[in-house]
Design a protein around this ligand. Structure first.
Ligand SMILES: Nc1ncnc2c1ncn2[C@@H]1O[C@H](COP(=O)(O)OP(=O)(O)OP(=O)(O)O)[C@@H](O)[C@H]1O
Ligand SMILES: [Mg+2]
Length: 524
């Protein structure tokens, strides 16, 4: 037992040493890093260590941007940094030396030791000092600073989730009132179509989900909302485009029309064939007699009854093709009738599938017509209150960075402020949020407009520390830096960490001159 215990202890020591070594690499501010590792294995710890090392290296606290997804995570990280800095103030020299050595891997010089003791005060007292923010808080601060460039009302207020839901509720109610008051309008028709497919309790949920598809909704409401030069026909075109796209997705021909499909479905048998089939089946097995009684209801009946009868004969309860239209004996005895029934079944199923797909297309277009209306109302309600919701914060900031007119100005103003971006819980960061991070760090690597001394820096990327098996959803959207990471010889794959790795963190730093020179020689 003693041997086993010491073996396990030695093995544990090895794992801890290997992990600490990797954490130290990822916390090195000279390297950009992407960390993916199991829950509770020290990803936030790495970011904390990185902040401490940045401060030790003389980085002004205000030049570090730490982004987390939740306020709780921001508070947790901030506490860790400040607790560590506060600890350094009163630590004995030996213990401070040991802590700094463990953190950096090298023995600190006297200047670094002295600096460490002052960092707590510096971080607290520096105006705009070290801050950890949620991405939403960062976006809010940015929009408050650049309201004109972002096209948001100066001094806007933020709608919390409860207020956002209440306003959306008002917008839904208003839309339904308008739609019910005039059923001949496209909106009224849309409501009639949509309610056929959604029960009371799912209708609101569906509508809110459709409203959540903001990129699509934006295309559908733009003509009415912002662009006064565009006429209503543009809006009509946007819905026509949506319908065409959906028809393509469900492989429905552009000219397919339910009003033409239903007569065809009702006529897959002419009455003479139908009468003959009913007569034959009525003399057959129990199942055939049952089928005959179903088909008999179609004789001389209207369209809907005929379609219902054929559906009962051709399809199973699960809407799959029935494979026993008649017994083998009957099929042999009435060969031509059997072939006719099989052909009619194939035709009926083809028409039935097309009609179902078309119903889906029409219901979806109707739902989006309602959702677009709800969304425009919602925008108007927010605009009246000079308010933005959480999604607006991200969207507007992302748009601000993407618009060529103002992006360079905002980045220029930010340039003086941020040299290091650290993102915790990076898997929760949405593509729109990554666009914001991407825009900030893009400038680190030199792009159009960067001075000649930055040429070539764009090839430095996010090195990845951790197992390679991070899920694709957990990775940043493919940007310059993540692509570059594949080429960066500084990326390191850990064998010590288990293969499933969530949630990740990322840290991207403006490369130093030395790092740029070093990487310049490593990269093609
Ligand atoms: N090298 C280390 N030395 C000392 N403590 C460590 C080390 N690495 C991690 N820890 C501690 O392990 C605990 C978990 O670490 P941390 O919260 O950073 O993990 P995480 O990967 O961010 O977790 P989560 O997946 O929950 O976000 C913390 O108390 C942290 O201080
Ligand atoms: Mg964490």
């Amino acid at each position: 037992m003693g041997t086993l215990a010491s073996f396990v202890a030695a093995d544990m020591d090895r794992v801890v040493a290997a992990t600490t070594g990797l954490q130290r690499q990822a916390a090195d501010p000279m390297a950009s890093a992407w960390v993916a590792a199991n829950a509770g294995t020290g990803k936030t710890h790495v970011l904390t260590q990185r902040v401490l090392r940045l401060l030790l290296a003389g980085t002004p606290p205000s030049r570090i941007l730490c982004l987390t997804y939740t306020k709780a995570a921001a508070a947790e990280m901030s506490t860790r940094v400040f607790d560590h800095l506060a600890g350094w103030v009163g630590l004995s020299s030996d213990k401070l030396d040991a802590d700094l050595t463990r953190m950096t891997g090298t023995t600190p010089d006297a200047r670094t030791v002295a600096l460490a003791r002052t960092l707590f005060t510096a971080a607290i007292e520096t105006p705009g000092g070290f801050q950890v923010q949620t991405i939403h808080a960062f976006a809010e601060r940015l929009l408050q600073r650049f309201p004109l460039e972002a096209g948001v009302p100066p001094g806007f207020t933020i709608l919390d989730e409860a207020k956002t839901n209440a306003l959306r509720r008002d917008a839904i109610d208003a839309t339904l009132r308008i739609a019910t008051s005039d059923r001949d309008t496209p909106l009224g028709q849309a409501l009639l179509t949509a309610v056929r497919y959604a029960a009371d309790d799912t209708f609101d949920t569906l509508l809110i989900q459709a409203c959540g598809n903001r990129e699509l909704i934006a295309q559908l409401v733009v003509p009415r909302r912002q662009d006064s030069d565009r006429s209503d026909s543009d809006c009509h075109e946007a819905f026509a485009d949506l319908e065409a796209t959906l028809r393509g997705m469900f492989t429905v021909a552009p000219d397919a029309d339910v009003s033409a499909l239903r007569p065809a479905m009702a006529d897959v048998f002419d009455d003479e064939t139908l009468r003959q089939l009913v007569g034959v089946l009525a003399e057959g097995s129990v199942t055939e007699v049952k089928a005959a009684s179903i088909l008999r209801t179609a004789l001389g009946a209207g369209q809907s009854t005929r379609i219902a009868a054929f559906r009962g004969y051709f399809l199973t309860g699960k809407s799959t093709a029935r494979d026993d239209l008649m017994t083998k004996g009957t099929a042999v005895a009435y060969e031509r009738l059997a072939a006719t029934a099989t052909r009619a079944q194939a035709e009926f199923i083809r028409l039935h599938e097309t009609a179902r797909a078309l119903d889906m297309v029409n219901a979806t277009v109707a739902l989006y017509r309602l959702a677009a209306h709800v969304h425009s109302r919602f925008i108007a309600l927010k605009s009246n209150r000079a308010a933005l919701d959480f999604d607006d914060l991200i969207e507007r900031t992302s748009a601000l960075f993407q618009s060529h007119d103002s992006a360079s100005w905002v980045l220029y103003k930010l340039d003086g402020g941020i040299d290091h971006v650290l993102v915790d819980e990076a898997q929760d960061t949405s593509p729109a949020q990554w666009r914001i991070v991407g825009a900030i760090v893009q400038e680190f690597f030199g792009d159009a407009g960067a001075g000649p001394e930055r040429a070539g820096v764009g090839r430095i990327g996010v090195g990845r520390i951790g197992a390679d098996a991070a899920t694709s959803a957990a990775r940043p959207s493919p940007g310059r830096y993540s692509q570059s990471a594949m080429r960066s010889s500084r990326s390191t794959a850990s064998k010590a960490l288990p293969p499933r790795c969530l949630p990740p963190t990322a840290a991207i730093s403006r490369p130093s001159h030395a790092a740029r020179d070093a990487l310049g020689t490593l990269l093609p």
